[in-house]
Design a protein around this ligand. Structure first.
Ligand SMILES: [Ca+2]
Length: 279
C-alpha cells in the first residue's frame, strides 16, 4: 500500500505454494481445500507468524517501518483462539501491533455481526494500534447499520470496481463507496491499481492509499527489503531539491514497461508526487 505522498505504508502478505513436482499452485486451489479440511488453522497461524517475522526484517525509512497486512479467512476469524494465536505471534516476533493490519471480508464479518464486533474490539483492546481492514469491499453483503458499529479502520475497494472504473456504472459505485468511507471516518485503499488514470482518479477523490501492479507485482519475501529500500530512496529523491527537474527531465512512462518492481515503485513515487503538486 502506497500513500499519496509516495510512502510505502504497508505490504500485504500473500501465500504461495511452490510444489516440488507440480510447480506453483495458486491459492485459489489450495486455500479452499485447506478451509475444508481444517488445515487452514495451522497454515493460517504459520502464515501470520511468518509475515510478522519477515516484517521485522524490513528497513526503517524516515523513522517508520511499513506495516504488514495479513488476510484472515472466515474460519480463522471465527476461531475462539484467534486473539491468543495473534498474541502468541506478536510475542514471539516482537512486532509492534501498530504495524499490523488484519484484512477480513465483509461476508466473513456479517456471518455473525455481533460476535465480529466483539472479536474486533477485543483484538484492538489487547493490541493497541492494530488496524482492521474490510477486504474486497463492495462485492459481499454488508449491513450498513453494522458497518457503523464495526471497529474497523480501512475499507479496501475491490479490484473488480477499480479495473472497470472507466465504465460509468462502476465509477458511480466507487464514488459511493468513497463517500461512505469518508462519512464513516474510514481510510480508503484502492486495490488492483494498474494504470496512471486509475491512480489519478483515486488521488483526486481522496483515497488514503493504493496498491496493485502499477506499484509492484508481488515479490518473494526475500526481495521485499530491497524493494522497500529502493522505494524509500526514490521517495526521498522525489522530495528533494532536484525533484522537479528530475520529473521534467525523466517524464513518467506508464505504458508497456517491463520494469522490475523497484522501477515500478520509484516511478509511482514520482508520479504521485507530481499529481499531488498539481492539485
Ligand atoms: Ca487482501
Amino acid at each position: 500500500m502506497v500513500s499519496e505522498s509516495g510512502a510505502t505504508l504497508a505490504m500485504e502478505a500473500l501465500l504461495r505454494w511452490n510444489h516440488p513436482t507440480q510447480g506453483q499452485i495458486p491459492p485459489s486451489r489450495f486455500i479452499p481445500v485447506a478451509e475444508e479440511t481444517g488445515m487452514i488453522m495451522p497454515l493460517g497461524s504459520w502464515a501470520i507468524e511468518t509475515a510478522f517475522r519477515q516484517a521485522q526484517l524490513w528497513p526503517v525509512i524516515d523513522g517508520v517501518a511499513p506495516a504488514v497486512s495479513v488476510n484472515l479467512s472466515a474460519r480463522q476469524f471465527e476461531r475462539s483462539d484467534l486473539v491468543e494465536s495473534i498474541g502468541s505471534a506478536i510475542g514471539r516476533t516482537g512486532i509492534d501491533p501498530a504495524r499490523i493490519i488484519l484484512e477480513i471480508t465483509e461476508t466473513c464479518v456479517m456471518n455473525s455481526p455481533e460476535r465480529s464486533i466483539q472479536t474486533l474490539q477485543t483484538l484492538k483492546n489487547r493490541f493497541p494500534g492494530l488496524s482492521v481492514a474490510i477486504d474486497d469491499f463492495g462485492t459481499g453483503y454488508s449491513s450498513l447499520s453494522y458497518l457503523t458499529r464495526l471497529p474497523v479502520d480501512i475499507l479496501k475497494i475491490d479490484i473488480s470496481f477499480v479495473s472497470r472504473l472507466a465504465e460509468a456504472g462502476h465509477e458511480k459505485i466507487v464514488r459511493a463507496i468513497i463517500n461512505l468511507g469518508h462519512s464513516l471516518g474510514l481510510r480508503l485503499v484502492a486495490e488492483g491499481v494498474e494504470t496512471e488514470e486509475q491512480l489519478r482518479y483515486f488521488v483526486d477523490n481522496g483515497c488514503y492509499a493504493f496498491q496493485g501492479h502499477y506499484f509492484s507485482v508481488p515479490v518473494v519475501a526475500e526481495a521485499v527489503g530491497a524493494l522497500l529500500s529502493s522505494a524509500g530512496d526514490s521517495a526521498a529523491a522525489a522530495g528533494g531539491p532536484g525533484a522537479a527537474q528530475d520529473r521534467s527531465g525523466n517524464p513518467v512512462d506508464a505504458a508497456g514497461s517491463v520494469d522490475g518492481p523497484a522501477e515500478h515503485s520509484s516511478r509511482a513515487n514520482r508520479l504521485i508526487r507530481g499529481a499531488s503538486a498539481a492539485q
